[in-house]
Ligand binder design. Sequence first.
Ligand code: HEC
Ligand code: HEC
Length: 427
Amino acid sequence: MECLCPPEPARAAEPAPGGRARRFRALRKVAAFGTMSVAAVLVSACGSGSGQDSTDDTALVAQGMQIFRFDTFGDESQWTDALRIHEVIAAAVDPATALSVGLKVDAEALPPAVVQGIQNGGIDLHSPDTTIALLKLNAVVGVQGKVETIGGKDTLTRVGITCALCHSTVDDSFAPGIGKRLDGWANRDLNPGAIIALSPALSAATKAVYNSWGKGKYDPRFNQDGANGPQVIPPAYGLKGIHRITSTGDGEDIAYWNRYVGVTQMGGHGSFSEPRTGVNVTNGTDDLITSKLPALQAYQLSLEAPPPPAGSFDAAAAARGQLVFNGAGTCSTCHSGIEMTDANSRLHAAGEVVSEPEPNGAPSYASRSATRQYRTAPLHGLWQHAPYFHNGSAPTLVAVVQMYNTSKSLGLSSAEMADLVEYLKSL
Ligand code: HEC
Ligand code: HEC
C-alpha cells in the first residue's frame, strides 16, 4: 500500500513523563476504528513503514497468543527424549519445588474444586502427583505435559516448553506464583539453568554451567558457541516499530529471533541458519515452526509495555528529569524517538555501552552475536523489569544512572540523578 507517512521528525518528539508514547499508540488504535482525524488515520495506516507492524488482524493475533502460550513446535524431542525432564518431574518436582524455581500457575485454568483444595489444604502441594495433575489441567505456564493413564495411574509421558515459560508471568492474584497470565512480561523468577541442570542426561561440567546462571537469566548461545555469559530474560512487549531485535539487534523482525530460539534453544522441529555466526541447526524432518511465525510475531507486536502504576513516581521530579535526559545526560542522543531508541538507524560498538566489561570475566556478548554490536534498548515499561542491561549489571534504575554518570563523565549532581531516575520510572 502506498503510504502518505508523516516525516520522521514527527515521530522523534520525546515522550512526556507518564508516557505520551503510549497515549500515541492508543490513539493509533482508536484511529483504526475511524473515529480520529484524517492525519491520525494516515499514521495508523502507515505504522513505521514496514509489514512488521500489521497487528490489525485480530484472528492472527489470537492465533499467535495460542502459539505463544501453548505451542512446543515438537520440542518434546529435546525435553523428553534427550533431557528426560519428564522423569525428573514425576519423581521429584512437587508444586512447592516448581514454584521455587519460578514456574507459574495459571489460576484461570484451575477448576473450582482445585482452587478450593489449594485454599483449604486438601490438595497436597508437596506431592509430584499434584504437579502432574496441574500439567493435565494445562495450568503450568510455559510447560506442556502429556498425561496418560498407565496401570490406572496418571503418568507424565511427554513434556515440552513454550515461549510463555520465559516471557510470561502471573499477577500473583491467587497466591505467590499463582494468578492471571501476564504475557510478554519476562519471568525474572524463573531459573531456567537450574531446571535444565535437573536432567540426568548432562555431564557434571555442563550442569555446573547451567547452575551458575541464576534467576531471570539464560544464555541463548551457550549450547551453540560454548561461552558462558547469561543474559537477562527481556520482556517480549513494547517492540512495535522497532526493527532490530535482541540486545544485539541480530534480527530485523521478531520472527527472525523466534525461529532462532524455537529451533536452537527450545529444540522445536525446523531449521535455523545464520552465516554471520555459523549457527546452522535442523531438528526433525518436519517443520513445525515456519508456518507459525507470522501469527506469533503479530501477537508479540500487539503486546504493549505496561504503564507505571499510579503514584509510583514523582511527576514533578520526572518532568525535571526529562530535561536532564534530553540535556546534560545526553541520553536522547541514542534513546530517541517514540520508542526511545535509535535502533532503526544504527547499532553501537561494545565500547559505547556502560554495561561492559561483562561480569565474571565472560566474553563480550556482542562478540558472540551476529552484529557484534549493541542495540539501544527501548525504555517503555522500565519500572517493571529490573535488573537492567543485557547482562543485568545494573540492579536498579539508580544504578543505571550512576553507571552512566561515571563511565560517560556526565558530571550530574545528585539532584539531577534523582530526577532522571524518576523520569525513567515514568516511562
Ligand atoms: C529459556 C528462556 C527463553 C525461551 C523459552 C524463549 N526466550 Fe525469548 N529470549 C530469552 C532471552 C535470554 C533473550 C535475550 C536474547 C538477547 O538479547 O540476545 C530473549 C529474547 C527475546 C526477544 C527479543 C526482545 C527484544 O527486546 O528485542 C523476543 C521478542 C523473544 N525473546 C520472544 C520469544 C518467543 C516468541 C519465544 C518462543 C518461540 C521465546 N522468546 C522463547 C529467553 C527465552
Ligand atoms: C551511546 C548511546 C547511548 C547513550 C548516550 C545512552 N544510552 Fe542507554 N543504552 C544504550 C544501549 C546500546 C543500551 C543497551 C546496553 C545493554 O543492553 O547492555 C542502553 C541501555 C539502557 C538502559 C537499560 C534498558 C533495559 O531494558 O535494561 C537504560 C535504563 C538506559 N540505557 C538509560 C539511559 C540513560 C538514562 C542515559 C543517559 C544518562 C542513556 N541511557 C544514554 C545506548 C545509549
